[in-house]
Design a protein. Sequence first.
Length: 299
Amino acid sequence: MADPQSNAPLRADAGAPTSGVIHVRTRLTADFTVISNDLAQRRGSAVTVGVAAYISSLPDGYPVTIAALCEHFSEGEILISRALRELEAAGHLERRRERTPTGQVRTRTYFYDVPGGGSDPDPDSPPEPPEPPTPRRSRKRPAAAAVTPATATVPETAQAPAPTKAESLTELTETDPQAIAVLAALRRVDPRLVLSEQEAARLAPGVTRWLAAGLLPTQITDHLTARLPGQLLTRPAGILAYRLKETPLATPRRSAELPAGPAVVPMRNCDGCDRGFRSAEPGRCRDCRRREQRLSDAA
């Protein structure tokens, strides 16, 4: 019988390490991305490194919003948004609000392979980006650029300028103060129900409708805090807005005239046994009347 054969090499390379990973390199000529070791070997969350590598591989103009990234990764919004914040704090990610030559305000996302490296584009003449594709419910990885520049301009969404703090305070003071007090007190029942000024201003009209329907603040608090999920995957304002979207039934008004109840028959003493009983007219109780009836029948 022949000896068993093995595909393993008979002798290891003299320069190969005795433990750890051994790279088998393949020279790529297309569909590859160059990233720095500082980014690939970043200590901390693996989700952050994965998001950074994925953004580096995307072509210019591809959306990198939280919703677009959640379409690709299996992680939820919390982990994806945390990864973007970590990349922004490390200097790899930068968001700028810029005005295009047409006067439209856009939020552009710049991704740096090396924090602080690369040439800074002129904000007065931003390049005209291509139209971003429509996100689809697919896990398929898009085609990557050959080499991603150090500075990528990715327009996300065209939106109006964010309201200033003075504008938000004005909007907050114009709302019902009792409704704001109800919303501010929710954190005492559940510490997770912390709302911002803008969120409180949006939710206050719903609370005002509930108060106008005759509900007490304690009843509204019980309705908003009852049976909340163990883990809030989104901002609590969304759950509160869903619970306030319907107007409750108004409390029926009480009539000025109370309904007439049954007449109360007065108490009287029996003329035969002096026992108390109720009757409209004085006389004998029921037992005395039965006794007299039996005696008359016997006679």
